[in-house]
Design a protein around this ligand. Structure first.
Ligand SMILES: NC(=O)c1ccc[n+]([C@@H]2O[C@H](COP(=O)([O-])OP(=O)(O)OC[C@H]3O[C@@H](n4cnc5c(N)ncnc54)[C@H](O)[C@@H]3O)[C@@H](O)[C@H]2O)c1
Length: 373
C-alpha cells in the first residue's frame, strides 16, 4: 500500500462490515480502479486506506475468530464482491466481546448464540482495547434498535479519544448534546444512519426534489423496501423500527420544499424475503399535481446489493474523519453527515445533496483549514 493507513475499530461484524473489509481488500488489490467510488482519494488516503485494528461482536460464531474469518461466519451472506486473490484484511486481529445491552433483539437471538457476557470491568477493558489498538475512528454497525448500545460506544469513543461514525438509525450525530461533547473534545462525530451510495433514500430525495424544482405539488408518496439479510430479519421486530422510520422519512421530506402531512407519506423497511439474500428492492411511488391541477404519477423500482452499497460511504466517512483530525478542523463533520447520512444534524438537514457535496469537495480539495460558510 502506498498511502497512509487509518486505524479503524469495527462494532458489529455483520454484512456491512463484511462489505467494508472485502471492499478494502479489493481496492488495495486494484489501486488503479476508481469505479464504484465517490472519492477515489481523500487527502493522502485512497480507498484501501482503512486498516481494521480492533473489532467487536456478541455472536458465538464470530467472537474469538480472526476478523477475516469472522466476516463469513454466523448469519453473514455473500455480499457479491469478487473474492479473487484478495489479501486477508484483518486476519491478524481477533473479534472481541462487546456488551450486549439492547444490541441483539428477539429476532436476532432466534438465530445467534450470545458469547459469554463481559464482566463488570467490561467497560474499562474495552476502553483499554481501543487505546491499545490506537484506533483513529470507531465505526458503529450495530443492529437497528440499538440506541443504548450506540450511546455506550459513543461515550467510549469520547473517553478513548477516537472519532465516531454512527452508521445506524440511533440519534447521536443529530443530537445537540452529543455534538457538543464531541466538539469540545475536538473529535469528529459523523452520522446518523448511512445513506447508501445509490439507495432508496438518495433516489427518493432526487425524485421529490425534481417535483419541487419543476413546480409539481407532491401530494402522496411511499417507499417500500424488502430484503433477505439479517438487517431486514431484525427489522421484523416492529418495536425496534421507530428510529429507522423516522430517519428514512425525514431524509425524504427534508428534500421536498413544500408541506406534506403525515398521512400522505409512508416510508420504511417493509418485509423480509429470505431468497433475496443481500439484494434489496425498493418500490417508490410519488403522486402529484402538475400544470392546471393535472395529475402526475411516478413509480420507480430499484434493485441493489444492500451491503456494498453502504461500504463505500463508510470508507469515505472514515477517511474524511481522519483528514479532519489531521487538519485539526472537525467542523466538516456536519457536511459529511449531510452528504453521506440520512439523519444529519438539523443545521444542515435541509440542505440539498448537491450543496452538501460541493461544500465537502471544496473542503477536501482545499489545503485551507476551514469549512466554507
Ligand atoms: N445499506 C445498508 O446495508 C445500510 C444502510 C443504512 C444503515 N445500515 C445499518 O447498518 C447496521 C449494520 O447492518 P448489517 O447489514 O451489517 O447488519 P447485520 O445484522 O448483518 O450485522 C449486525 C452485527 O452486529 C452484531 N451485534 C448484535 N448485537 C451486538 C452488540 N450488542 N454488540 C456488538 N455487536 C452486536 C451481530 O452479531 C452482527 O454481526 C444496521 O443497523 C443497518 O440498518 C445499513
Amino acid at each position: 500500500m502506498n498511502t497512509p493507513q487509518i486505524r479503524v475499530g469495527i462494532i458489529g461484524i455483520g454484512n456491512c462490515a463484511r462489505a467494508l473489509i472485502e471492499g478494502t481488500a479489493f481496492y488495495r488489490a486494484n489501486p488503479e480502479v476508481t469505479s464504484g467510488l465517490m472519492f477515489p482519494r481523500v487527502g493522502p488516503y485512497d480507498a484501501g486506506s482503512l486498516e481494521p485494528v480492533a473489532a467487536w461482536d456478541v455472536d458465538t460464531e464470530k467472537v474469538g475468530k480472526d476478523l477475516w474469518s469472522a466476516r463469513t461466519a454466523g448469519q453473514n451472506l455473500d455480499v457479491g464482491i469478487p473474492q479473487g486473490d484478495l489479501l486477508p484484511v484483518g486476519s491478524d486481529i481477533e473479534v472481541l466481546r462487546a456488551p450486549t445491552l439492547d444490541g441483539a433483539g428477539v429476532r436476532y437471538q432466534e438465530r445467534i448464540g450470545l458469547a459469554t457476557e463481559l464482566s463488570d470491568q467490561g467497560a474499562e477493558e474495552i476502553i483499554e482495547q481501543i487505546r491499545a489498538a490506537r484506533v483513529d475512528v470507531l465505526l458503529n454497525y450495530l443492529p437497528v434498535g440499538s440506541q443504548a448500545a450506540t450511546e455506550w460506544w459513543a461515550a467510549a469513543a469520547l473517553r478513548a479519544g477516537t472519532a465516531f461514525v454512527n452508521n445506524i438509525p440511533a440519534f447521536i450525530a443529530s443530537n445537540d448534546e452529543w455534538r457538543e461533547r464531541f466538539r469540545a473534545a475536538g473529535l469528529p462525530l459523523i452520522g446518523d444512519d448511512i445513506k447508501s451510495q445509490l439507495g432508496a433514500t438518495y433516489l427518493h430525495r432526487a425524485l421529490v426534489r425534481a417535483f419541487s424544482d419543476r413546480g409539481i405539488t407532491l401530494e402522496r408518496t411511499y417507499q417500500l423496501n424488502v430484503g433477505g439479510n439479517m438487517d431486514f430479519y431484525n427489522m421484523l421486530e416492529r418495536d425496534r423500527l421507530a428510529s429507522k422510520r423516522k430517519s428514512k422519512t425525514s431524509a425524504v421530506t427534508d428534500a421536498y420544499d413544500g408541506e406534506l402531512d403525515d398521512d400522505s407519506v409512508h416510508i420504511g423497511p417493509s418485509d423480509y424475503v429470505k431468497f433475496l439474500g443481500d439484494t434489496k428492492k425498493a418500490f417508490i411511488r410519488c403522486e402529484g399535481q402538475g400544470f392546471g391541477g393535472a395529475p402526475i404519477d411516478m413509480e420507480v423500482q430499484l434493485t441493489v446489493p444492500d451491503s456494498p452499497n453502504s461500504a463505500g460511504v463508510v470508507i469515505d466517512a472514515a477517511r474524511i474523519a481522519k483528514l479532519a483530525m489531521d487538519r485539526g478542523d472537525v467542523a466538516v463533520d456536519e457536511w459529511v453527515s449531510a452528504w453521506l447520512f440520512k439523519a444529519p444534524p438539523r443545521a444542515v438537514a435541509q440542505e440539498s445533496d448537491s450543496v452538501a457535496k460541493d461544500r465537502l469537495n471544496q473542503w477536501i480539495s482545499d489545503s485551507g483549514r476551514t469549512v466554507p460558510a
